[in-house]
Design a protein around this ligand. Structure first.
Ligand SMILES: [Zn+2]
Length: 105
């Protein structure tokens, strides 16, 4: 189980976007990376080809999960994620306030 999930609010702890906050849009569990819209972006020049328009596109580059810190939805503090087993279910919880970390879908 990963510490980060889609919809988590996180803060970047290193790199050019250090200190900025965002919400995880996509998680690549095998690569251990996440995409945060509007953060860690780079510009890509695409040449027009076979009916597609060319130009400069801004694309978010996935960020390594170790560079992210979770912001707890309950206490709004930067925190570490803990795991707790409740019956058959593994839950994530905030190590600062002890509350479960969940998102409404
Ligand atoms: Zn908390």
């Amino acid at each position: 189980m990963l510490k980060f999930k889609v919809g988590d609010k996180v803060k970047i702890t290193s790199g050019k976007d250090k200190g900025r906050e965002g919400t995880i849009e996509k998680v690549f569990s095998v690569a251990g990376k996440a995409v945060l819209p509007g953060l860690n972006e780079y510009k890509k020049h695409i040449k027009p080809s076979s009916g597609k328009k060319g130009g400069i596109f801004t694309i978010p580059r996935p960020i390594v999960l170790s560079k992210l810190k979770l912001i707890c939805p309950s206490c709004s503090k930067e925190t570490k994620v803990g795991f707790r087993i409740a019956g058959d279910v593994k839950m994530r919880f905030c190590k600062k306030c002890g509350k479960e970390i969940t998102h409404k879908k």
